[in-house]
Design a protein around this ligand. Sequence first.
Ligand code: GUN
Ligand code: FE
Length: 518
Amino acid sequence: MKGKRVFHGTVALPVFPSWRSSDCTEPCHWDKKSPLGTTVLLENQVIVVSLSCGKIEAIGHASEPWAKKILQTSSIAGASIDSEREENYFVELGPSEIICPGFVDCHIHAPQFSYCGTATDRPLMGPDGWLEKYTFPAERSLGEDAERARHVFESVVDRTLRCGTTTACYFATVKANPTKILVDVMAERGQRGFAGNVCMDRCGPGDYIMSTEENIAETREVIEFILSHGSGGIVQPIITPRFIPSCTPQLMEALGNLKKEYDERLGGNGIHVQSHISESDDEVIFSREIDLADRDLIGVDGAASRTDTEIFDSHGLLSRNCMMAHGTHLTDSDLSILGERGVGIAHCALSNYYFSGRTLHVKHLLEKGVRVGMGTDVAGGYSPSMMDAARCTVVASRGLQQTMRAVNDAMESIETRSKGAAGSGNEHIDPTIDYLHAFYLATLGGASALGIHEKVGTFKKGMEFDAIILNVSVGKNICIFDTDNVQDIFQKLCTQGDDRNVVKVYVKGREVVNNLRQ
Ligand code: GUN
Ligand code: FE
């Protein structure tokens, strides 16, 4: 494709807390003391995208001389959003429309989409738990039936794209062949992301787990397949140990060595790694017990088990390119290690309600230097929509605030009674996250946690153009009144919007969804 695509209208721009107002074309209002980024709404903006490289050539206010010139000279200026042409076309956003960066889903299980929306009735672990009962059978079935695998993967990629997810970090199945089908589908549909075959050499059904050597061979096969795929770099490999319980120390060590090998070969930030870390009460207990057993320390007086973080770190699996899901049971000492290594955490607020037993304190992690993104965790999370994930993040943060207040009140009353003095002196960071913070986490926060924020996650000259156009009126699911300003429209989209409001999706400048045509 040649030419350019020009957009004119209101932009929702996720920004890092460190960005100065000079990075922005209009006054910025975010709280620079917060460790959490936010989203600013900028009206009357022009974005120019080069269709040959899919990058943003220019972005700024319509009053800037270059923007004025483009608006005046555009041959079809004033054309509406659906009167497109292949080259040099102009998209004039209406008053109901806002253009935003696409969502970055940092944690999603592609094969589990077949049962997404069900299986909400049991804990994660145990012989009768969620993994054994639902997950392993569903994942295994795709290894046996390529047609079914393609059907499930097309469904999850189409559905998430339709919901505005332009980057997805996928766990596939243990087998290389179905994982390759997922890679094909992502490239065909034009969804950016990562795809990894899931490594397991223990604690799973005998006909689903594989030997240590097979896990390494299948992982290598998938990495090589992706590196030579010709997806234009939009699909990238990721080493994927499922979690501590399902990987022997031998497998972890071999995966650490594989990472080292590809880090050297690929250069830059090297190869990505993903897993689950300190995710739930039952997983943490299981991991600690299995770690003691692995080291022959069961029953040894004074023997200390290690945390998930310490175990991953001992195998060289933690680095800047590492994305770990959940982390609700991480200790402060774990956070120091993760911060030092540059690891990102995928906050999966919805599935945490079902499995974790705790709520993640996102701002505490950020204060500790740990990057945070957001994940749907399909199918532990029952919705594939990042708009739902963002809403859950907001609601979970308010639940956490209430819990922290209750604890504080209880401590104060104990202190008042025992010392006759008011106040516990127990100061906490306010955990609440609003819709603007949540939108940042769902976009730029995720890109930063994945280490791809120089490419995608917000709009800046030179970045690749992954974007969605939201329209508040089109789905008839949101009511707008004459009292609503732009901020209100965006807030209504964040609180009440869904895929009906996602009218267009672009990845690397290419239109991959056009809901106006469907
Ligand atoms: N821990 C290990 N495997 C899984 C999985 O598939 N989903 C979730 N939510 N947690 C896990
Ligand atoms: Fe998960």
